[in-house]
Design a protein around this ligand. Structure first.
Ligand code: GRF
Length: 189
């Protein structure tokens, strides 16, 4: 994660077995994890060229994979992670990376999904849990739920209503994935 970590908090509240919380920048979510005595890893993107599109994506991704391997991670769940990871994470964890996105994919991919739904005048948006692939917000969809856009909604009010749904749908879907069996991929040491 990269932000406030309220989705992470919901995963913890549901009792999911979180072995490590990894962030790409110092953020509130890392503090929440540490307060819960969960191991944390900061792979600071500023050390890989910062937040422009020209940063060293594959080197950064390799550092992320190394950090995940240090904790014997089986399943990667992104919860508001602000970096699009490169091929090395898919080599190591392909098919075992989940993401939650605050829109009904394929509508409104990208980092500004809530603002984009409002700007488009959508009356219904929602959230999507999907498998992450190299193409951003385009992997196979595992679960979706609609959220209505109300008159007078701002990006903040709408996003909070979407997150209320994500905090239930994401842990529920993660549990189903775990129950179905997560088999280690070729890149697992
Ligand atoms: C969620 O809406 C998630 O879908 C998006 O980032 C948000 C994370 O929320 N990718 P928080 O930082 O956990 O509150």
């Amino acid at each position: 994660m990269s932000g406030t970590g309220t989705i992470l908090q919901a995963l913890l509240a549901e009792g999911l077995p979180v072995v490590v919380v990894l962030a790409d920048r110092p953020c509130r979510g890392l503090e929440r994890a540490a307060a819960d005595d969960i191991a944390t890893e900061l792979v600071d993107r500023r050390e890989f060229g910062g937040f422009s599109d020209t940063f060293a994506r594959d080197d950064f991704t390799t550092a992320v994979v190394e950090a995940l391997h240090r904790h014997d991670v089986d399943l990667v769940v992104m919860a508001g992670f602000g970096t699009v990871l490169g091929q090395p994470v898919h080599d190591a964890y392909g098919g075992r990376i989940l993401n939650t996105h605050p829109a009904l994919l394929p509508a409104f991919p990208g980092w500004h999904a809530v603002e984009d739904a409002l700007a488009a005048g959508a009356t219904v948006t929602g959230c999507t849990v999907h498998l992450a692939t190299l193409d951003t917000d385009a992997g196979p969809i595992l679960a979706q739920q609609e959220v209505e856009v109300r008159p007078g909604d701002t990006a903040a009010t709408l996003h909070e209503r979407i997150k209320e749904v994500e905090r239930r749908l994401y842990p529920e879907t993660i549990r189903k994935v775990i129950a179905a069996g997560v088999s280690p991929g070729p890149g697992t040491p």
